[in-house]
Design a protein around this ligand. Sequence first.
Ligand SMILES: NC(=O)c1ccc[n+]([C@@H]2O[C@H](COP(=O)([O-])OP(=O)(O)OC[C@H]3O[C@@H](n4cnc5c(N)ncnc54)[C@H](O)[C@@H]3O)[C@@H](O)[C@H]2O)c1
Length: 340
Amino acid sequence: MSGRRACVTGGAGFIGSFLSRRLWEEGWYVTVLDCCGSEGLTLIADLVGRARFRFVRGDAASRKDVEEAAAGADVVFHLASVVGVGVTIADPVRTIRNNLDSILHVLEVARRQGSKVVFSSSADIYGTLNKVPLEEDDDNLYAPPHVRRWVYARVKSLEEQLCFEYHRRYGLPTVVVRYFNSYGYGMDDAFPRRVIPLFVHSLLEGRPLEVVGDGSQTRSFCYVDDMVRGTILAAQVPEAAGQAFNVGNDEEITIRDLAGKMLAIGEELGMVTNSPGWRFVTAGDVYGEEFEDIQRRVPSLSKSRRVLGYEPQVSLDEGLRRTLRAYRDQGLPRAMGVAR
Ligand SMILES: NC(=O)c1ccc[n+]([C@@H]2O[C@H](COP(=O)([O-])OP(=O)(O)OC[C@H]3O[C@@H](n4cnc5c(N)ncnc54)[C@H](O)[C@@H]3O)[C@@H](O)[C@H]2O)c1
């Protein structure tokens, strides 16, 4: 697919920067649209100014900026979003407005010029559904709208619906990818308070890792390279249009075991000498009182394997080693607490 043109909204962010880099390395012409300040550009700084790479500082919630960045794109990868449950709880109005305005501009511009759209959704849309593994056609289970915890899931779900409607109504090739807990070097820990970046920071500072609850809750973490592989496959496989796909890794681990594994790898890599261990905290301590945790979240990858030919290739051990090695050698990629 080299020589093709991609627009990546949110392309200066964590997953977007890996995606933009991979596309660029594969020969695509890549335009990144991102509203980040200069500090937020760290992850793609070396690409800015190179041939076949264009950076547009702008707002996906502005029609004009989307038109400029997406002009001539074969595929628009739409990742720009207010991200993470913590941030969205703090400002639901901004979350809803930013995300809905952005997806509508992306879909309209794509429709006018015939681009494909790959939309990055989230495993959070399944809500509290107590089912393992989660399949694409499963129900979404949320508390009513006055409970702000689910605003992120709700808005992602609406964005998905708009993608499906544009496919049904206008035949626009839209594909939804639902990410399950990505990780890797450069993931922002400041507001979303995602567990792997939080643990990385504690390791770097020699503080005990804070395990929420009794640590028996599980997650399935996916190394960012695998997320990117799944996202590009979604753009490449014609039968994917009009459908949603789980993208992640189905290897499941408790948060307590994750803490143990990261401490062991940190020691092996010489990042910690006197192991700080871990301590238990309540969800309220870390995420605030409105947070509602989920006991297990594991993707079914059957459909992604069958239709996209997707297979995660990086084990949790290997991915954590790569991530921690990068933090050890390169330090923090950007200032903590940058509001984005
Ligand atoms: N990281 C994960 O595990 C995960 C899980 C589920 C879903 N997702 C989704 O994947 C996408 C990327 O997530 P990430 O972890 O890389 O997040 P991130 O916060 O690192 O990146 C998001 C980027 O979008 C940009 N952005 C936000 N609103 C914008 C706007 N209106 N105009 C232009 N740029 C804007 C931000 O500046 C940022 O660079 C998001 O849509 C997120 O909801 C991520």
